[in-house]
Structure formats: structure tokens, C-alpha cells
Design a protein around this ligand. Sequence first.
Ligand code: COA
Length: 612
Amino acid sequence: MWNNVASCALGRLSHNATPPLLPALQTLNSVSERKYKGFCHGEQPIRELCIHYKWKRMHDMLPRRLVSDRTKYRQYAKKYPVLDGRILSVYRHAFEENLRNSEAVIKRYSELLEMVHKGGGEDAVLRHTQRNKKLFVRERLKLLLDDESFLELSPLAGLNLPYGDVPAAGCLTGIGKICGVWCVFMANDATVKGGTIYPIGVKKQLRAQEIAMQNRLLSVYLVDSGGAFLPLQSELFPDKSHGGRIFYNEARMSAMRIPQVAVVCGSCVAGGAYVPTMAEEAVIIDKIGTLFLAGPPLVKAATGEYVSPEDLGGAKLHSEVSGCSDHFASSEKEAYECIRNVISTLNYDPLPEEVTEHDSPLYSCDELLGLAPWDYRCTLPVQLILSRLMDGSRFQEFKANYGTTLVTGFGHVEGHLVGVVANNGELTHDASLKGSHFVQLCGHRSIPILFFQNTAPHTAEPTSISQAEAHSKRLKAQASMMGAVACAAVPKITIVIGGSYGSESYIMCGRSFSPNFLFLWPNARVALVDPRHLSTVPRAGNSDCTGGETELKHLKEKLEEESSAFYSSARLWDDGVILPQNTRKVIAQCLEILDQQKYQVTSPCQYPVIRM
Ligand code: COA
């Protein structure tokens, strides 16, 4: 969650932290550039410069770098050594096995995605579009977002849960561009049980808000929801991380100067009514949008009086009488045009249009399917994966010959400089020390870190005193890496490319270590232990006493089912399953999203915008 460490990760935005790469500097003309350099030699005070050039919001900030010259740095990067990505014949067998597994899991992934894209099913979509005259949620996104690809988060959340299938958790979330600015969107899908909020839907919205806070992204809510899914009220109402937290976050985000806007494009009942009312600006759509704490059936039950939804809380009422909405739209199209205009008034600067020239990897990313391990025993050297993700397959490896079961080094992804930490075997004592050192380097140099996670399924039990001593030493080194990862004040992106097992997964920036983004490959397996490597049922307190065959079989089956990437993603333990061949694109998109905050230099504000 949002905490001090996370806010350090945005250190460039806080007063005490290293100042940002000043946005205006990137567009300085040659005259101002000369003057800027002059300032750095003490010739001109920055305050004067800021006033002269009307640079906003950065009077007390000193530049970290004089002039951004990414092109120059990229040229130096072209001298990084090229990784050898050839798949040698000795790797062929494992490669073929991995490939077969990847094809099977990707087929399953496509089936699940297809199901999710249908929302609540054909009948519900027809009812929504024909009877209720509303646009399907994916059509709404087309009108809201710029005509570019967007990053959908956790589309598989909500599938196959103990309380049934809730496609996309009843709420689409993601990051897309509006008026050139990366924004988080949260959009209810009313074809899934009237857009009511399930426990998994609450979790999904809270995660989207967390992403907005951690990455300083303005947020748009498209509200079309029947409020809480009543049969599960005890799992989504009373606790700290339940429904009320969404409204609490809205206020906190506004106070952090993260603007939020809303479109009432359907029913906003009970709790759902607070979402647009807590937003800084809201649009309501005539004949479609309604907003009330208790709907007509409750009014009838309480007073015996019938009142139409329109009269009780329709667009006219809220635009002319209550003031709960700030803009009246006569159609869905008009509403999304209006909200785009609102966003253009937020004074959020889009990323400067930079021509980012970069080299593609020298090896085909399709071959990642054969490198995605179906089992830890089929793991191939991780450099083969990196050679298919880094620009020009170039990689400046750090401590290449020390602690070789962890690969660390620098490279570029679509022109963005990154530090890479990748499992290449067990996290030994030396590997952990190296990881700890490298993560600190990235922290000091303000370089985002990419973690490629494929942790060993188990550690061999010590069979001698000397081995036990080695284990203790390793524990200490791992703890130091854990500390370094937890406190590195830079953005972190984790991709689980194989196993995410046991404590080593924490050290490799698992979910509990709050990476800015965490994605899984479809072959990924997430569990405390790997059932394929489990030979006994452990019993607490007595290592000699183990469970029988049947118990072992049951435990293995349970673990097997619970370890799949889809099981994890359904429960929102990650931000989604991505295809190996799309990994480079997704990472580049995340890095661009992360870059945007460098251009939003704002001082913290103590109070949210409160609707009057
Ligand atoms: N809890 C559980 N299920 C709900 C629900 C709720 N709050 N609101 C709606 N549903 C279910 C309906 O039972 C229906 O289920 P079904 O498809 O299995 O029959 C499904 O969602 C769709 O509802 P329906 O009323 O047919 O769709 P609609 O598009 O005509 O209307 C609403 C949607 C949300 C406007 C309407 O259902 C409604 O007003 N619901 C009550 C909202 C409310 O009072 N919420 C208080 C929550 S604290």
C-alpha cells in the first residue's frame, strides 16, 4: 500500500528527495540552455530563471542533470556487450518441452480472455444495450481513451472463485492515454450482475487506486453499478480494505494532488453514489445516469410512494438541484467528450514527444515460448531471455563471474535505461550479496529495476554442520538483499517468468514488496512450495512423522491447482498474465507510464477538493 517507502519511490516529487529531471529542460531552446548552464556555474539564480521563463512549480528545485540528452546516452549503450542468445543443441530438449507447455497454457489463456470479453454474457449485453440503451463498457473505453493501445490490468480477476465466475471482477481497470496523458481508468461492467461490487471487485478497484497513487496517475471512474453485491456484504463492507477504502482513497488521492473525475453512465446506488460525489468533477448522462443512496424500491417500501429513478436522482436533478454533478450530458458520446475536455483542464503535462530510436533485440521474441520454463528443471540460462528483451540484445552485466545464479546488469528497453535482476538458479549467499549491491546501485542512480523471477522450488536440507552454517550465512545475505529491495527508492517492475516459490520470491520483489507493476507469464507457478518436488507431507514439530500416501496425493493436487498463473490472477495477486512475446512491449509501456511522473512537479496539498 501507499506508505513512506513508496512515497520515497517517487522521491523526485518530494521536497527532500533528489530533484526531478526538469521537464522544461528537455525543450529548452539553445539560448535558455546556455543560460541554464550559466546558472549551474553560479552565474544566475534559478529563481530568476524560473520567473524569466515562466517555469511553474519548481522554484526551490535544483536540477539533477543539466540537460537531458538521452540520445547521447543511447549511443554509449550501443557499446554494451551483445548477449549470445543462440539456443544450443544441448538446450533443445528443454526448449521443446517448454514450448509444448507454453502452447497449452496460452490456449487456455485465450479461452479465458475470450470469456471475459463477453462480460456478463449475451443476454445481459443485449439487455444492457437494447433495453437500457447503454454502451457496453469496452465501447465506452473506445470513446474515452485516445486511439492508442492501453494496458488492461488483471482482466482474469474474478474467474472461478468460490462464489462463482465474475468476469473481469465486474469492473475493467487499466491505464490508457486521454489527451496524451496516461490515466488510470476504473469502469463498472453493468452486464455482470448489474455492475454490483463483489469482494474481488473491491480489491481490483483498490489496486487500481494504489497504482494511481504510486505512479501519480490521474484517474477516471465510469460508474454504472448497483452498489454492493448484497449476498456477500460481510466480505466487502466492514473491514479496512473493503468498500469504504475506495472513498477514503479518493479523498487521499485528491489531497496528494492526483485528480479524479467521474462519469455517471448508469446506476450509482448506495456506496456507489460516493464515487462520483467524491470525485473532483463529475459528468452525468441524461436518462442513463442516476445517483441515489436508496433507489425507488426502497422509497416505496419505506413511504409507500412511487418515485421514478429520474425524479429521485436523475441527471437533471443532480445538475440543477443537488449539485452532485458538475456537467450534464445528453448522450454517452457527449459525456466522454466532456470528460476529455475536463481532463485537458487539469494542467497535467503530457509526456514530451520524443523520437525514441532504439534497436530491436537480435533474437526473435517468439522463442521466449520455448524459454518459459514449464518446470524448474527445464530452466535455461536467463541470458537467453534477456537477449530477446533488451534493445539490440545489449547488456552491461555487473559481476558476471560472481554469484552467477543471479544475473544483474544494465540495458535498455525501447530506449529506457533499466537495471535488471534475474534469477538464474538458487539465490545463494554470493548471489544475494551481489543482488543487494546492485539494487543499491540502481537506487543511487535513480534507475528503475526489472526483476525477472524464477525462484528455486526448495532449498536442499543441510546434511552437515558446515552446510547448516552455509545456510545461516545465506540467510543473512538474503536478508540484506530483502532490505535493499524493500527500500530501493526507484520504480520496480516484476515479471514472473517461471516459479514464484517461497521466501526467495519476496526477495525478488514479489507482491508483498510493492513493485509498481507485477505480471506473470502464463506458465508461471506461484506457491509456497512446488508440489512437483514434494515427497512428504511435512508435520510440525516432528520431522520423522509424515503423512500417508493419500494425504500426500491430496495435498499435491490442491497445491497443483492453486499454483497456476490463472489461479493467482483470478485473485489479484498480480496485475495480470501477459504473453511472453508481448513482454518487451508491456515493460516499455510501464516505463513510459512511470516516466510521466517526472513531468508532474507538484507540492503536496493537505486537503482534498471538497464538493460544495
Ligand atoms: N445485489 C445482488 N444482486 C443484484 C443487486 C444487488 N445489489 N442488484 C442487482 N442484482 C442482480 C439482479 O438480481 C440480477 O440478477 P440475475 O441476472 O441473476 O437475475 C442482475 O443483478 C441484473 O439486475 P437487473 O435488475 O435485472 O438489471 P438492470 O440493468 O435492469 O438494473 C440495477 C440494474 C443495478 C439498476 C438494479 O438491479 C437495481 O436497482 N438493483 C438494486 C440496487 C440496490 O438497491 N443496491 C443497494 C446495494 S447496498
